[in-house]
Write a protein that binds this ligand. Structure first.
Ligand SMILES: NC(=O)C1=CN([C@@H]2O[C@H](COP(=O)(O)OP(=O)(O)OC[C@H]3O[C@@H](n4cnc5c(N)ncnc54)[C@H](OP(=O)(O)O)[C@@H]3O)[C@@H](O)[C@H]2O)C=CC1
Ligand SMILES: O=C(O)[C@@H]1CCC=N1
Length: 271
């Protein structure tokens, strides 16, 4: 999939830039087909040198784009929508919002009911083509949904879900990257305590985590099935695993994901 279209990413912070880099890495867009906006454009000077269009003018970026991605914080959204409203109504753009906790209807309430809005919830692994991206819409055409799914499929795996599950997807997949990273970091700290230099311990923990994820994805297997293969009777794995569970390992992850989902749902309303 290679496109001649122009994409504007409004809000080029962590996820906006990760998306831009992922799309370029996948060969879908060239930097010249991507406009990046933020108020502090000086922070994007290295990207401008690479050929991306860089501007603080959101309305101008929208006017020149076929696809517009909203990638700003929920509390920054209303001001930006006011800014782009005239330009967004002049042309029929496809609007993709990665903003957490903001519904398609919230956006249309500000921009007008004709605008087709698709929400996408990627994670930062999009920069290297390994995002898990959930998308949802309440009014976009089937053709636009399939366009967005195929766009995000080039930078990872994407699925369409019901819009009411988007805050749950935010917690499990977008925040989830941080949860698994913290798990890997904790494993590496354990590794250092039992004898490995920190650098080696981190590499060993990360590759082990990758192997665990790949076992599930490539064999379509269940975690407990794979765990049973590791836990020798009276062995050291079950001893370590049970110690972790006595200390609330699974419970901590479940509670953390529930807390994140509740927070994601309240981000825009608490603005
Ligand atoms: N980080 C992640 O992993 C994920 C984040 N999200 C969602 O994506 C959104 C962005 O998150 P994240 O990237 O972490 O946040 P960041 O703070 O890193 O990025 C937001 C960017 O928006 C820019 N910005 C703010 N106001 C404006 C404006 N009026 N016009 C143009 N740019 C503006 C800011 O730059 P400046 O101050 O210079 O304007 C900043 O670079 C949030 O809604 C979040 O919920 C979704 C999935 C994953
Ligand atoms: O922490 C946040 O609020 C954003 C949303 C998902 C990932 N980062």
């Amino acid at each position: 999939m290679k496109t001649q279209q122009h994409i504007a990413i409004l809000g080029s912070g962590n996820i906006g830039l990760a998306l831009a880099k992922g799309l370029v890495k996948a060969g879908i867009f060239t930097p010249q087909q991507i406009t990046l906006t933020r108020r502090n454009t000086a922070a994007l000077s290295a990207l401008a040198d690479e050929g991306y269009h860089v501007t603080a003018n959101n309305a101008e970026a929208v006017a020149q784009a076929d696809i517009v991605v909203l990638a700003i914080l929920p509390q920054q959204l209303n001001k930006l929508l006011d800014e782009i409203k005239p330009a967004a109504n002049q042309t029929k753009h496809l609007l993709i919002s990665v903003v957490s906790g903001v519904s398609c209807q919230d956006i249309r309430t500000q921009l007008g009911q004709d605008v087709q809005v698709i929400r996408a919830m990627p994670n930062t692994a999009i920069a290297i083509g390994h995002s898990m991206t959930c998308i949802a819409t309440d009014n976009a055409s089937a053709a636009n949904v399939s366009l967005v799914l195929s766009l995000f499929d080039t930078v990872g795996v994407s699925i369409q879900i019901n819009e009411e599950l988007m805050t749950s997807a935010t917690a499990l997949c977008a925040c989830g990257i941080a949860f698994f990273l913290r798990s890997i970091r904790a494993a590496s700290q354990g590794g250092t305590e039992i004898g490995f230099h920190a650098h080696d311990a981190l590499k060993m923990a990360a590759q082990t985590a990758k192997g665990a994820a790949d076992l599930l994805l490539q064999l379509a297997s269940h975690p407990e099935q794979e765990i049973d293969k590791v836990t020798s009777p009276k062995g050291c794995t079950i001893a370590g695993l049970n110690e972790m569970e006595h200390n609330g390992f699974s419970s901590a992850m479940i509670k953390g994901i529930k807390t994140s989902a509740e927070k994601a749902g309240a981000l825009y309303k608490s603005e």
